[in-house]
Design a protein around this ligand. Structure first.
Ligand SMILES: [Zn+2]
Length: 314
């Protein structure tokens, strides 16, 4: 691990002392406490990956990756609208931190796009896959629970979209994850100097994933995305998912095998003409449940997602 410079260490200590609640001892923090500098700042839990790259966690919010530099900060995801102010304060308090100049939306969900409006108003770059922009211009209702999402204002929409891949002047690379692991607008951001890969909710680092089949996500995409993302990482790469602790290539391999097994079982059930309730009853995730938690919601949603992609009468 690279030793921190004196100044950044002082700034980190200052930030730690300034945090009112002390270190937030969530499970991911406990797991990683020995591996990385951990501190709190402005209501956020900060995990330092390198001198200029951090995972910012606000309790109850999705992971945010922040890169600091002379020109200000770059973010991968922006938390929910309600947490945006807390996030901006935490980012400006990071060692070398400043105002945000660029934000990526890994996908359209409100947990990722809540800072788009203030940043868009300030004229900052808001980068997303074109499908993410399209979902943000559409009213969406999730059929499984009736949750509704209003389209966002023009200024909160991504102002720079792409279809396949792109690169910033700083060398940061980004690309589409076309498998539709979580939505059909998933993107990754790769920081080559730091060897850090941010993947949003295309990979879950904590429990069973959400399969948002209303906007294109499906269980086959989870498997395909895990396979694709392995080709972008090596043994040293730190992989930051949308939720949960930082992962490694070995974790992607393990997940790929697990979701591959589940995918096979669910497609077999579909081919036998079974329904979602029968799929849940068949316990297709049985050997993983002790580690992963109650699978019923996930299995139901994953099974329903197959209808969109595989069912002949869908
Ligand atoms: Zn999501």
């Amino acid at each position: 691990m690279v030793e921190q410079g004196g100044q950044s260490r002082r700034q980190i200590l200052k930030a730690a002392v300034g945090g009112a609640a002390g270190i937030v001892l969530g499970a991911p923090v406990l797991r990683l406490a020995a591996a990385a500098a951990q501190t709190t700042s402005q209501g956020a839990d900060i995990q330092r990956l390198t001198d200029d790259l951090f995972v910012v966690r606000i309790p109850g919010e999705a992971n945010v990756v922040a890169q600091t530099g002379a020109g200000g900060a770059l973010l991968v995801d922006g938390g929910s609208a309600g947490a945006s102010e807390t996030l901006m304060k935490a980012v400006s308090g990071l060692p070398g931190g400043g105002p945000v100049h660029t934000i990526f939306n890994t996908h359209w969900h409100p947990e990722q796009t809540g800072s788009n409006e203030p940043l868009g108003k300030a004229g900052r770059a808001v980068i997303a896959h074109e499908n993410t922009r399209l979902w943000l211009t559409t009213d969406i209702t999730w059929p499984w629970n009736g949750r509704r999402f209003k389209r966002v204002s023009k200024v909160a929409q991504p102002n720079k979209t792409f279809y396949t891949t792109g690169q910033l002047d700083s060398g940061v690379r980004y690309g589409y994850i076309p498998d539709a692991a979580h939505t059909d607008g998933d993107l990754y951001v790769y920081f080559p100097k730091q060897n850090v890969l941010a993947v949003g909710d295309a990979v879950s680092g904590e429990g069973w994933p959400v399969v948002d089949y209303a906007t294109g996500g499906w269980i086959g995409g989870i498997v395909g995305g895990l396979q694709r993302l392995q080709t972008l990482a090596d043994e040293e790469t730190r992989i930051v998912p949308g939720r949960g602790p930082v992962l490694r290539l070995a974790d992607l391999k393990t997940q790929y095998e697990m979701y591959g097994t589940i995918y096979d079982r669910l497609t077999q059930l579909l081919n036998k003409g079974r329904g979602p309730g029968e799929a849940v009853a068949a316990q297709p995730t049985k050997e993983f449940d002790a580690q992963m938690g109650n699978p019923d919601e996930f299995v139901r949603r994953a099974f329903e997602s197959l209808w969109a992609y595989l069912s002949p009468d869908a």
